[in-house]
Design a protein around this ligand. Structure first.
Ligand code: SF4
Ligand code: FE
Length: 485
């Protein structure tokens, strides 16, 4: 692995020289700009953990392609143990960053593309998997961070890709050349986009025969000519920009993933980086596998965040002198219960994983969808309980400037103190941490990351085997199994 440490990772990003805009201006160095730096630092922990003897086993794996030790974030799952280790790794990273560390999207893309490329080759006698392996070995050796780019803007949602007024609403092949493809369009909500080395492009949805130009999988470097990124605004970004450490809540790592728009304006992709080119019948399978892998993550990373939030609330109740009240203990119990319930689904879908025809392991899709669906509710419920226990002071809390003011700092300290033996600064810091983890963009990720709740419900009903369930009921009720509606 060429990029070994967190510092190596930061250095590699400084050399990347890719095009990133924020608030209308170009960012020269994403590792130092206060809007992007916290997210970079969160992703950097994925590198740091691989060197930590305590977590090395979770954070690294043996490449099935080269036999070398690689980051787990570049690994193709070879068995159930790999799937389980991924969930455990994500929980630890969530605990250590209290944030999204972004690198999982590329990992899930790698696993989905690997297994589907194998199946396309079987049917069409293509050589996508060989090309993909070559690219993946490069990623493993360099230890690059990959952004998995799936979500298209989609324009008029009542129309498919080929019927759009503006064809660029779905990323597509604009030109086929002898030496490769030229692509145009955009991807939205790209978690970790501005601090990844490579972009792995995948179709956003199942495509029909008319949409061959949209059935595209390929990889391009983040600094390829024609690639422009625009980093999104987030709640409280001014606090980060002004380096208000206390008011930022989670000053080192931010609080959410750091999403970006990535625009592709006539970007050239050589053939050896193309892994699907018009095989529309495989687009649905690719989206299905990617989504299941990514949904499986949420009981890992979000449970890690819930661990932090529960700890923050528990300490705050000590500062406020409410920790022994029975309703407080009950609500904290509920927060723990909800977090562990999410974790159970992720572990379960990994434990029930099985091999795809390529040999790469796949999670149980029903359990992954159920787990992610629960995240869209339970994380909000945990946030509600946190706000309930924290109390109204979060809405009134004056700024760090007031806290440090010679004129009013004394008043802030006096009237925001809790029990006498714990410092008032702790109450303010913990309050801001809770605020940053429960408000604004932090929860949007839980709702819409890896697909909106409706996307999981579609899969849950589709895979729910209602016919089988009706047969069970009929058998017990003494109704002939052959009776139809
Ligand atoms: Fe990884 Fe997605 Fe969780 Fe972020 S939200 S830590 S990218 S699984
Ligand atoms: Fe996500």
């Amino acid at each position: 692995m060429k990029i070994k440490t967190a510092q190596d990772y930061l250095k590699s990003l400084r050399k990347l020289n890719h095009t990133v805009y924020y608030k209308g201006k170009k960012i020269k160095d994403v590792t130092r700009h206060p809007a992007t730096a916290p997210h970079v630092r969160a992703a950097a922990v994925t590198y740091a953990l691989a060197n930590d003897p305590e977590y090395k086993d979770l954070a690294t794996a043996v490449s099935h392609l080269t036999g070398k030790i690689i980051s787990r974030f570049t690994h193709v799952h070879q068995n159930v143990e790999d799937l389980i280790k991924k969930v455990k790794l994500l929980r630890v990273l969530g605990q250590k960053t209290g944030s999204c560390f972004q690198r999982c999207v590329g990992l899930d893309g790698i696993n989905a593309v690997y297994s589907v490329a194998f199946e396309i080759d079987q049917k069409h006698k293509t050589d996508y998997l060989e090309r993909f392996k070559k690219w993946l070995i490069m990623i493993q050796e360099e230890n690059y961070m990959v952004v998995g780019a799936m979500t298209d803007p989609k324009g008029d949602r009542s129309k498919g890709p080929a019927q759009q007024f503006d064809p660029d609403q779905y990323l597509h092949i604009a030109e086929r050349r002898e030496d490769g493809l030229v692509i145009r369009g955009a991807k939205l909500h790209m978690t970790g986009g501005v601090n990844s080395h490579e972009i792995l492009i995948m179709p956003t949805t199942a495509m029909d025969e008319k949409s061959k130009d949209y059935a595209l999988v390929c990889a391009i470097p983040a600094n390829a000519p024609g690639v422009t990124m625009i980093f999104g605004r987030q709640a409280n970004d001014n606090r980060k920009e002004n380096r208000e450490r206390i008011d930022a809540g989670n000053p080192v790592f931010g609080g959410v993933g750091g999403e970006a728009v990535i625009a592709f304006e006539n970007v050239f992709v050589p053939w050896d980086r193309v892994f699907m080119n018009g095989e529309t019948e495989f687009t649905g399978l690719l989206v299905y596998r990617f989504a299941a892998h990514h949904r499986a993550n949420y009981g890992g990373c979000k449970t890690g965040l819930i661990d932090v939030l529960t700890g923050a609330v528990a300490y705050l109740t000590q500062i406020q002198g409410t920790e022994k009240a029975s309703h407080v203990r009950d609500k904290i119990t509920e927060m723990i219960h909800l977090g562990e319930t999410l974790y159970s689904s992720s572990i379960a879908c990994a434990a029930e994983g099985c091999p795809t025809p390529s040999g790469a392991y796949m999670v149980d899709t029903m359990l992954a969808n159920v787990g992610k669906q629960n995240v869209t509710r339970f994380h909000f419920e945990v946030a509600r309980l946190a706000a309930d226990l924290a109390g109204g002071f979060l809405a009134t809390l004056p700024s760090e400037y007031d806290l440090k003011s010679e004129d009013v700092g004394g008043l802030v300290k006096k009237y925001f103190s809790g029990v006498a033996h714990l410092p008032v600064e702790d109450r303010i810091k913990i309050g801001r941490l809770i605020e940053s983890m429960t408000g604004g963009t932090a929860l949007v990720e839980s709702m819409h990351g890896a697909g909106s709740p409706q996307a999981q419900r579609v899969m849950i009903l589709r895979e729910g085997e209602l016919d089988k369930k009706m047969k069970l009921a009929k058998a017990l009720a003494g109704i002939p199994p052959t009776r139809e509606k």
